[in-house]
Design a protein around this ligand. Structure first.
Ligand code: AMP
Length: 397
């Protein structure tokens, strides 16, 4: 990632700042059920308002097909106002006369939220005329929504090409943290990739073996690799048709000098449920009727040593069926090791993805990691090494 423009170089006083934020919050009975995403964009909004800018917020909400009152951002404006301790005006459209009138009435230091950008199908098509209509309401553009940056939409990419564009503070923090993870990491770098299936993470594995020094493979996807090596994995989750692909990944890793660390032992149960009776077996002795639900203690120890030998960790995907106690043990213990090494300043730890965030929260160590990304799709695309259109558009020429 090359350098990108930040709010440090933006002159916002008296200017109309179009700020793309992620306000796609979970709702229950018309009220915001989890305000994490709102909290994350407050610093950027406050900074621009405090510097005398006019803050005009752009955001999507849900997946509406055209205008749909159920997907209105209006209730989000109420919660935003409460948390910002400042009035938040609302316009019933993000372009056209209603938006223009609300923007014209906005004073310096004040905040306006425009209605759901996805009420217009042109948003997701990155339609140039629609992007121009959005840009008409701003003198400059700030993107603070990393989680939407993997999509080339009008409000994330098109408009950024039409106005002077800057990264907001949350976007900046995310990009700086990710830069430390893979783009310019302190070596050696170890990656942990777990989760259910190889098929959903092929691009990710392919990119990582080229970039990291060691790759720990755990979770259900490790079973496919064990099977590909000719081992019997009983009734474990496995994508047998991907055995050749798994072998290709291992060959690619060998060529690139990346050590692949697979489980050497496993916790096996006979039912996929919490507290199911279980036993530890070496991976060469998995019972025919058993299911691997977690990495075993020898594997966890091996992973711990690989963390100790590394300066940077990038992690996506749990090492076992972490939702089912006690099959969270390998993931939780590894998470605690990583957290301890991070606190001791021996490791830079970057993790992300929905289940990974849940697993780190469950192990109560998410706050001890260097950075935990809640961005989901955008985080995975970054791990896959793909350029993110919303980020590319912010790069300094
Ligand atoms: P993903 O969304 O690909 O990161 O996969 C996460 C899911 O993988 C979680 O729901 C885990 O329960 C599941 N998982 C991890 N290890 C195993 C395993 N050994 N067997 C079955 N499911 C697993």
């Amino acid at each position: 990632m090359t350098s990108f423009r930040t709010l440090d170089s933006a002159d916002v006083a008296g200017k109309r700042a179009l700020v793309r934020v992620d306000l796609n919050v979970p709702m229950e009975k018309g009220k915001v059920a989890d305000a994490t995403r709102i909290e994350r964009v407050l610093p950027t909004i406050r900074e621009i308002a405090d510097k005398g800018g006019k803050v005009i917020l752009l955001a999507h909400f849900g997946r509406p097909k055209g205008v749909d009152p159920k997907e209105s951002l209006k209730p989000v404006a109420v919660e935003l106002e409460r948390r910002l301790h400042k009035p938040v005006a609302f316009a019933e459209d993000c372009v056209g006369e209603k938006a223009a009138a609300a923007v014209a009435a906005l004073q310096s230091g004040h905040v306006l939220l425009l209605e759901n950008t996805r009420f217009h199908p042109e948003e997701e098509k990155n339609d140039p005329t629609f992007a121009k209509a959005l840009a008409a309401n701003g003198d400059l553009y700030v993107n603070d929504a990393f989680s939407a940056a993997h999509r080339a939409h009008a409000s994330t990419e098109g408009v950024a090409r039409l106005l002077p564009s800057f990264a907001g503070r949350t976007m900046q923090a995310e990009l700086e943290a990710l830069g430390k993870g893979l783009d310019k990491p302190k070596k050696p770098v170890v990656a942990i990739v777990g989760g259910a299936k190889v098929s959903t993470k092929l691009d990710l594995l392919g990119n990582l073996v080229e970039k990291v020094d060691a790759l720990v493979i755990g979770g259900g996807m490790a079973n496919t690799f064990l099977h590909a090596q000719g081992l019997n994995i009983g009734k474990s989750l496995c994508e047998k048709d991907l055995a050749a692909t798994a072998r290709d990944i291992m060959q690619k890793a060998e060529k690139a000098g990346c050590a692949i660390i697979l489980p050497v032992d496993a916790i096996v149960a006979w039912h996929f449920e919490a507290n199911a009776p279980h036993q530890t077996f070496g991976v060469d002795a998995i019972p025919k009727d058993g299911m691997i639900l977690d990495v075993g203690p020898l594997s966890t120890e091996r992973i711990r040593r690989s963390l100790e030998d590394s300066s940077t960790l990038v992690w996506n995907g749990p090492l076992g069926a972490f939702e089912l106690y006690p099959f969270d043990a390998g993931t939780a213990e590894t998470a605690r090791h990583a957290a301890r090494l991070t606190k001791e300043k021996k490791l830079i730890s970057v993790a992300g993805g929905g289940d990974t965030v849940a697993a780190l929260n469950q192990a109560k160590v998410a706050d001890d990691f260097t950075y935990v990304s809640t961005a989901g799709g955008a985080f995975l695309e970054w791990m896959e090494g793909k350029p993110l259109p919303g980020v590319e558009a912010l790069k300094a020429e």
